[in-house]
Write a new protein. Structure first.
Length: 148
């Protein structure tokens, strides 16, 4: 019986050594695959970054036509589009008129003035979006034309 136990013990050790060896091989293969995946991910990220830079080079930075136009239509009464274009004084004027009109709407006097800043924003948004990129840039960012 002790001879059988030794044989089983030897077989168990051999099986354990085989399992250890296979685990090391699997770990090395996994490490290699992870390294390959990381390299591919870096390449893909770099390609995406370059593509994004190309796509947004004309839309970001200096030319804010679409952003200003959409914000003027949606939030024109608050003057958000003016702040985006760098016209702080005009933005605060629209914001102040809107706040005053909403505050005075309780007295019915403000109801006459609530629509004015929104209409200004709507008109300016349409104007911004219908101008060419070059014309918009020259008029509102280089020429600094604050209204219409």
């Amino acid at each position: 019986m002790s001879e059988e136990n030794k044989d089983l013990g030897d077989k168990a050790e051999d099986a354990f050594d085989d399992a250890k060896e296979k685990a090391k091989e699997f770990a090395e293969d996994t490490k290699e695959a992870a390294g390959d995946f990381a390299e591919e991910a870096k390449k893909t990220a770099n390609e995406f970054t370059e593509g994004a830079k190309e796509a947004f080079s004309g839309a970001g930075g200096e030319n804010k036509k679409v952003l200003a136009g959409i914000l003027a239509i949606l939030l024109g009464s608050l003057g958000v589009h003016k702040f985006i274009l760098g016209y702080q004084k005009e933005g605060f004027i629209l914001l102040g008129v809107s706040i005053a009109a909403y505050a005075l709407s309780c007295l019915a006097v403000g109801l006459l003035f609530i629509w004015i800043p929104g209409l200004i924003g709507l008109i300016e948004g349409i104007i911004y979006l219908t101008k060419s990129d070059e014309e918009f840039y020259n008029t509102y960012q280089v020429g600094k034309k604050p209204w219409f």
